[in-house]
Design a protein around this ligand. Structure first.
Ligand SMILES: [Zn+2]
Length: 475
């Protein structure tokens, strides 16, 4: 059972708003239906104040570091953040602690371009750096030709020094040993256990997961080839393993992809994105005989259960997206995201919080002086306590607050979309795809985060047929 927490917010200025009790009730029902247990409740009721202080929200963000819960359940996503940048910032913070934000009422969001923008902003948290942004605008090629590493976080076993990728002597032997162990036949799950038993963390500072090891083994950077964005040729970087070892590992990986997968090795990347056309429930992944991976709807009757081989479906989804994402289409998506970005009012709340903190500290100081001068009274004591609480809340909010939103050009969104299109991974799905509909006749509809010219659904769609023949029906 998944452990989650509830976050609720209520501001009295909106009459039609769902009460906290109502929000909690809906979330509780959702949790019951989805095998989740709510282990804590964080609630912000209307709080007057100059800044949009959300003490319970801040506490929830801080508490996520303890890694006692895997999800934050909200009634609606607008309970979570005030704008897309905010949302991307806090979601990333939670994600780094293995926590997902789950909406109890919105399976499909009604603002596709907003999701597109948010996802791009989230991507930027990883890729963004002031230098990079300037480089993009001035010409990325120059930076690439100088051999600068483009991401903020280096792969495990490396460091970034003077913007270049260099071997990190402390972790490099382990990065190498991952390849050696796999090459000798050790399973990815076992390698993951080994790394965690050493107390070793991955490059994000988290516990290793099989997926991280798999990504590691596939990363060509380790043999000295760094691929980036639209550049066809790789940039040479210091290699950690020989080309022979790397190639041998790739062959074994390929063979294992055809052979049997451990269930935990297999990544059902469409989970949470795909909907059954028959009943509207989400379609989940399942493994049969330890080697056959399928998607099927658990809610449809067993006799009429429709199964699609996962590998096949993944391949076709990416092939369809690849065909769809022409330069013109990327430009259109970037424009749509940029339009939302420009419309969104974003105010850096840090200066206001800091002003308020200063003021609170001053008042507290005055109160302390009053006490020292012999003016102690019960009401003064109570006021001091309140000021202290307020000071602590403000400090927490400042610590968690997003940085000032950087100024983005549309070009940057184009660049990021191109990069994601090249990577063909989960980031691309999360950014571009709103949801996927799986029909009984093997037809698959991919709905893109792009509405038509009237800003109305239906979303822009791609249609294709997935697979024919054997293995369609789950016995
Ligand atoms: Zn169904």
């Amino acid at each position: 059972m998944k452990k989650v927490v509830f976050y609720g917010r209520y501001s009295s200025n909106n009459q039609t708003e769902q009460s906290i009790e109502g929000q909690l009730h809906v979330c509780q029902r959702y949790a019951d239906q989805n095998d989740m247990q709510i282990i804590a409740e964080y609630v912000d009721r209307a709080i007057s104040g100059k800044t949009d202080e959300r003490p319970a929200f801040q506490k929830m963000i801080t508490d996520s570091r303890k890694k006692q819960f895997e999800g934050v359940l909200v009634y609606k996503l607008d309970r979570f953040a005030r704008n897309r940048f905010d949302s991307a910032h806090y979601k990333k913070k939670l994600k780094d602690n293995g926590v997902k934000v789950i909406s109890a009422t919105e399976n499909i969001s009604d603002n596709p371009e907003g999701i597109l923008l948010e996802s791009l902003l989230e991507g930027m948290n990883e890729f963004y750096s002031e230098e990079l942004s300037q480089k993009v605008n001035r010409g990325l090629a120059e930076s690439f030709s100088k051999g600068y590493y483009m991401k903020k976080i280096p792969p495990f076993g490396y460091q970034i020094i003077d913007r270049k990728l260099v071997i990190d002597e402390a972790t490099a032997p382990y990065a190498r040993e991952i390849f050696e162990r796999y090459n000798k036949g050790q399973k990815i799950v076992k390698i993951t256990e080994w790394l965690n038993s050493l107390g070793m963390t991955n490059q994000l500072g988290n516990k290793w997961r099989p997926m991280n090891v798999s990504t590691h083994l596939h990363n060509r950077t380790y043999m000295g080839e760094y691929y980036y964005g639209q550049f066809e040729k790789p940039m040479p970087v210091p290699a950690l393993v020989s080309a022979e070892l790397f190639d041998s590992v790739q062959e074994k990986l390929k063979a294992s992809a055809h052979r049997s997968h451990q269930k935990s090795d297999y990544d059902f990347i469409l989970t949470g994105k795909m909907i059954c056309a028959e009943c509207g429930h989400s379609v989940s992944g399942s493994t049969a005989n330890k080697k056959d991976h399928y998607y099927y709807c658990r809610h449809c009757k067993k006799e009429s259960r429709h199964c699609v081989p996962a590998d096949d479906l993944h391949e076709k989804v990416f092939a369809a997206l690849s065909e769809y994402l022409t330069e013109a289409k990327i430009d259109e998506l970037a424009s749509a995201a940029f339009a939302v970005y420009e419309k969104e009012q974003y105010q850096d709340e840090r200066p206001a919080l800091e002003r308020e903190l200063k003021q609170t500290e001053k008042q507290l100081q005055n109160a302390v002086e009053a006490v020292l001068n012999g003016f102690a009274s019960e009401s003064l004591k109570a006021a001091m306590q309140e000021l202290e609480d307020r000071r602590n809340r403000l400090r927490e909010a400042i610590q968690n607050a997003p940085p000032a939103m950087p100024k983005f050009e549309k070009e940057y969104f184009v660049f990021l979309l191109r990069y994601m299109a090249g990577m063909q991974g989960r980031e691309l799905l999360d950014t571009v795809v709103n949801h996927i509909i799986l029909k009984k006749d093997d037809t698959v509809i991919i709905c893109i985060n792009l509405t038509d010219e009237n800003n109305l659904p239906p979303l822009e769609q791609i249609l294709f047929t997935v697979s024919q023949g054997e293995g369609r029906w789950f016995k």
